[in-house]
Design a protein around this ligand. Structure first.
Ligand code: SF4
Ligand code: SF3
Length: 540
């Protein structure tokens, strides 16, 4: 196997025997083949000039396949094999409409058994592209496409689609198969991936807020009650809604974990008396936190950590793109409805969660809420009460080096405000950082996709202050990344013209020295150093 798509890749180079995430070589191979199959479909759509609005369910299956391969989303070989077979059959159907003579192998290859899949996969993975710069750009585009697909899938689940996003995904993925495409065309496509990333995040933002209302300032309880309970993790708000509907009045409480925390900020979910609050921290803490939670856990997306005990594993359920071997997967019916009754029944037989924290944390600062406070924020900037904003969105992870972000938040001058989104926030959202004239010093916009909110806020502030360039705002970007959703967030920010983004705790292993050089020279992308040096640099 060879995988270097996430920040925790072995030795900052690539996982070659087993994933640091726990992904086996077979799972990695099947994921490679799934991606290759989607790319073959993209080739057919592009070369055949097929109208994406007529592809129906294929668009969904394509984005779902990309989502399945995101770090920590799906470890279930059987499920991935089924998905490959489904896509190959859909691929062969649309090939009948394509008359183009020369088609890439991805559009025509066949496999029969699991063995033949693994054999094929060994020839189509990341290292199949020999030139390291081409490989780097192809993977950067592919990872951006994965992140974008995840967001597009959540929007799809809410009934929102944009054919332009699907068209672009096919265009981008087909381009990664084209050996004749010059390097600069791939660079151009990388930026275009960012543009479409903005569209996908905007689509999801519209879908979430039109259905569940605009996130509002909320004190989220982090303590527990005495009822049996279900923990819901991941990013999908339709799953959240359905779980709350089905647990209502059953005596079973619901808590969010990790990236589902922002569900607490939506008006539509506040009406459920059994929605108690958030339990625990970022994804990687689940190994201990699931033990003390006692009740069933529902994963709606990444990030799954392979459970250490059979006891915990027996309480884990997956749905959507997520999956884990041996854990029950709940599928939607043709209307998107899911039946969570088995999870609810199990919850009733288990003890209530053990208290690990008490009190509350504040969040809900998505664009609409921040704009409602715009006058206050602008006054604070004008009076000098707020000197700088630090965008610290992104992901959290297991590595010790991520303590940097906690220290950074602690040491920031008191006249600065942190804007955050994604699970990166858990590094500092429970610190007593105080407020500036009633404005909390950590403003959490929501999930990683709500980084879109941070961009909207920046663009609005640019307007309010009458600036020509978004980079003239007193905003510093110090972003933590882990998986491929962070890649699309980064590309989206670049496409909006944001420069000098600092990325840590390490730069992606998939950036070749030459590609990294382009990013540094064109966009001023940089890594991080020590907390002290970085704060000195940023506040200079
Ligand atoms: Fe390694 Fe990350 Fe790939 Fe897992 S997702 S195999 S940790 S690079
Ligand atoms: Fe977190 Fe996995 Fe990236 Fe959505 S849940 S931000 S890491």
């Amino acid at each position: 196997m060879f995988c270097y798509q996430c920040q925790e890749t072995a030795a900052c180079k690539g996982c070659t025997v087993k994933g640091v995430c726990g992904k086996s070589a077979d799972t990695a191979a099947l994921q490679d083949l799934l991606i290759y199959t989607v790319k073959g479909i993209a080739e057919l759509v592009v070369k055949g000039g097929l109208d994406v609005s007529r592809l129906g369910k294929l668009n969904y299956e394509a984005i779902n396949s990309l989502f399945i391969t995101i770090t920590n989303a799906n470890f279930d070989d059987q499920a991935i094999e089924v998905q490959i077979r489904k896509l190959l059959s859909m691929r062969d159907d649309i090939r009948k409409e394509v008359t183009a003579a020369a088609l890439h192998d991805a559009a025509v290859f066949t496999v029969t058994t699991r063995e033949s899949m693994l054999e094929k996969a060994a020839t189509v993975g990341v290292l199949a592209t020999e030139n390291e710069d081409i490989r780097s750009l192809r993977e950067l585009i592919t990872y951006g496409a994965k992140g974008m697909s995840a967001y597009a899938e959540h929007a799809y689940n809410l009934g929102s689609e944009d054919n332009a996003i699907y068209s672009f995904l096919y265009e981008a993925l087909a381009a990664t198969l084209d050996d004749a495409l010059p390097l600069d065309a791939l660079v151009g496509l990388t930026l275009k991936t960012g543009e479409y990333g903005v569209k996908a995040m905007a689509l999801l933002d519209g879908a979430n807020t039109s259905k569940y209302g605009n996130p509002e300032i909320t004190a989220v309880n982090i303590g527990v009650r005495k009822n049996p309970a279900i923990l819901i993790s991941g990013h999908d708000l339709t799953d959240m809604e359905q779980l709350l509907e089905q647990t209502k009045g059953t005596g079973v409480d619901v808590y969010t974990h990790s990236e589902m925390l922002p569900a607490n900020y939506y008006p539509a979910f506040k009406k459920y008396d059994n929605f108690v609050g958030n339990y625990g921290n970022a994804w990687w803490k689940q190994t201990e936190e699931f033990v003390s939670f006692h009740g069933p856990i529902l994963f709606t997306t990444n990030c799954i950590v392979p459970p250490k005990s059979e006891e915990v594993k027996g309480r884990i359920y997956t749905t959507g793109a997520s999956g884990y071997p041996g854990c029950r997967h709940i599928t939607a019916d043709t209307n998107g409805k899911k039946d969570f009754s088995e999870i609810i029944a199990l919850a009733k037989t288990l003890p209530s969660p053990e208290e690990i924290e008490t009190g509350s944390i504040i969040g809900g600062f998505a664009h609409n809420q921040v704009m409602a406070l715009a006058d206050k924020v602008v006054d604070a900037v004008k009076s000098g009460a707020i000197k700088k904003f630090f965008v610290m969105a992104g992901c959290d992870g297991r590595m010790k080096s991520r303590d940097y972000y906690t220290e950074f938040a602690k040491q920031l001058p008191k006249d600065t405000v942190i804007l955050t989104a994604g699970c990166a926030k858990y590094r500092y959202n429970k610190l007593p950082l105080g407020d500036i004239g009633g404005i909390p010093r950590v403003l959490d916009a929501g999930q990683c996709n709500d980084s879109y909110s941070l961009a909207v806020i920046a663009l609005k502030l640019k307007e309010v202050f009458g600036l020509d360039d978004v980079n003239d705002l007193p905003i510093v970007y110090n972003i933590a990344w882990y998986e491929q959703k962070a890649v699309i967030v980064l590309l989206a920010l670049l496409s909006l013209g944001v420069k000098n983004i600092h990325l840590g705790p390490t730069l992606p292993a998939f950036l070749s020295p030459n590609v990294a050089k382009v990013l540094v020279e064109t966009f001023g992308i940089a890594g991080i150093s020590s907390v002290e040096d970085d704060i000195a640099l940023f506040t200079a």
